[in-house]
Design a protein around this ligand. Structure first.
Ligand SMILES: NC(=O)C1=CN([C@@H]2O[C@H](COP(=O)(O)OP(=O)(O)OC[C@H]3O[C@@H](n4cnc5c(N)ncnc54)[C@H](O)[C@@H]3O)[C@@H](O)[C@H]2O)C=CC1
Ligand SMILES: O=C(O)[C@@H]1CCC=N1
Length: 273
């Protein structure tokens, strides 16, 4: 499979790390990015070919992955329009950008899959929500699935409306986990443990609890109750979090992420062309 990436930043790097030598031979991956340092790194680490701007190199690609920031998507799509003769699959990973707007910027092109991956893709532990527009063939849907499965799991969605909620849960989700980790490590330090001890204890707790939840038939609430002895230490911690409104704050934060996705789509898609 020949794959071109437009944008060679964080998320493209995570995807290329999983793909190179598996779904595509390194020489069949081409990256376009105006930043020479990003290209040097990707060429050196993964043996990809590269160019600083969209041109003939993308013609002949089976899949073109759009991995620029949402604010760059329109400009990139307008430039890409003339290179779509071979009818490749266009795979967009941008938050917010709606399929109809992307299709319009690509001159009414319909072979578009929107996906929302996440950074654990870097270590093959990602999860991606996926939605195909009407012009995507079964073979192209399979190609999109195999690209994202090279870096983790895929979940196909019933409608595009679900992609903003997916962005709020798993796309942005690693940041919430890191935030919680930061807080646990800060507390460990403030209570007299070393930074190294705090890191080891907090990380193993996260991994262990997540694995336990994944392997258990019980909901998270029941697993939590099993740690929480009445009048004990966990009880004190959970009572403190409840008093501070932590659960509702997380729910509100995730709704804000989804709303920002919708807002980005509306803001950046309101042009006439
Ligand atoms: N970082 C994350 O956790 C996730 C990001 N995304 C989406 O992935 C996309 C990329 O995000 P990141 O990789 O985090 O950003 P990034 O800033 O690391 O990478 C974007 C890259 O695009 C390049 N670029 C800018 N203008 C360009 C142009 N005209 N042509 C080609 N390349 C150009 C930049 O030089 C940069 O290397 C965004 O749309 C974001 O919504 C999706 C899921 C998760
Ligand atoms: O923060 C963002 O907008 C992107 C999308 C999901 C994760 N990072």
């Amino acid at each position: 499979m020949k794959i071109s990436f437009i944008g060679g930043g964080n998320m493209a790097t995570a995807l290329i790390a999983g793909l190179a030598g598996k779904v595509a031979q390194a020489g069949d991956i081409h990256v376009i990015d105006p930043n020479p340092e990003a290209l040097d790194k990707l060429r050196g680490q993964y043996g990809v070919t590269s160019s600083p701007e969209i041109g003939a190199a993308v013609a002949g690609s089976d899949v073109i992955v759009l991995a620029v920031k949402p604010q760059q998507m329109r400009e990139v799509a307008l430039r890409l329009q003339s290179q779509l003769d071979a009818r490749p699959l266009v795979l967009s990973i941008a938050a917010g950008i709606r399929g109809t707007d992307l299709s319009r910027w690509l001159g009414g092109y319909g072979a578009i899959v929107r996906t929302m991956p996440n950074t654990p893709a870097l270590i093959g532990q990602g999860i991606s929500g996926m939605v195909a527009m009407a012009g995507v063939s079964a073979a192209q849907k399979d190609a999109a699935d195999s690209i994202l499965r090279a870096v983790g799991k895929t979940v196909w969605l019933d409608s595009e409306d679900q992609i903003d909620p997916v962005t709020a849960v798993s796309g942005s989700g690693p940041a919430y986990v890191f935030f919680f980790l930061e807080a646990m490590q800060q507390a460990a330090l403030e209570m007299g443990l070393s930074a190294e001890q705090g890191r080891e204890l907090a990380l193993a707790t996260f991994t262990g609890a997540a694995q336990l939840a994944a392997q258990s038939e019980e909901p998270a609430e029941v697993l939590r109750q099993r740690v929480t002895s009445k009048g004990g230490t966990t009880y004190a911690a959970i009572a403190s979090m409840e008093q501070a409104g932590v659960k509702q704050a997380i729910v509100d934060a995730m709704k804000a992420a989804a709303a920002r996705g919708r807002e980005l789509g509306e803001e950046l898609g309101k042009d006439a062309v």
